[in-house]
Design a protein around this ligand. Sequence first.
Ligand code: NAP
Length: 248
Amino acid sequence: MPALRVLLLGGTTEARRLAGLLVADGHTVISSLAGRTSEPLRPAGAVRIGGFGGVDGLVGYLRDERIDVLVDATHPFAATMTRHAVAAAGASGVPLMVLRRPGWTAVPGDDWHRVVSLAEAAQRLPDLGRRVFLTTGRQELAVFAGLDECWFLARSVEPPGTPAPRQLAIVLDRGPFTVEGERQLMLDHRIDVLVTKDSGGADAKLAAARALSIPVLMVNRPPEPGPVLSTPEELAAILRGRGASAEN
Ligand code: NAP
């Protein structure tokens, strides 16, 4: 099977798993990370860090590195990078594949309120609860800055910047989290509402909220630009087939 040169837009658990599978299959993999986290978990293969400089920069990179396949395995809410990947693939003719873990689905016992944006979540907040567990990422705390009637517990990997809500406690932590740990955290801080993006993946906080009958403000994902694969294994299998057909 001839090896492919794969540019993997990453930063997610699934992207790291995919990098491992592709490297094991003999492909040359360059994982690209945005550089938001100061000590990122490093995937197998080569790693580059930082933006490309927009669509033109990405097109140039695909050409200079002689990339055969572009894989978008970024976070479901990294909509700009996803848009740029589509445009760069179109302009360069490099095939694009998208890996996205499935979103979450409510089960009996859940009290979810779906919203289309963080701004809508902020608007709905005071009616649903005043002691808020925010797991939406440190880059977007500003949206909640005006809500002086609410107290926030925000969890992120890196310390957040400003502006931020006036009444704010920070917990710096990186998953995976356990249901019991999440339940205890919510009890300790007398949380009465959870705000999260529909990121998919491990869902300990959602199980804990269900157990405690805490309502959840769930921010919907931006729409996908086309078909997606939902597991690294599926995508790796397709590339194995593609390598084999290139050999024939
Ligand atoms: P974004 O808004 O879609 O991207 C903004 C810019 O950051 C892009 O235009 C690109 O810069 C650069 N960028 C993003 N992902 C990149 C990658 N994998 N490699 C190289 N450059 C990248 O993305 P974001 O919301 O800032 O997210 C950035 C990172 O954080 C991603 O790795 C994402 O998976 C992770 N993340 C995002 C969220 C979220 O809710 N947005 C949550 C958790 C983790 P250029 O235009 O210069 O190429």
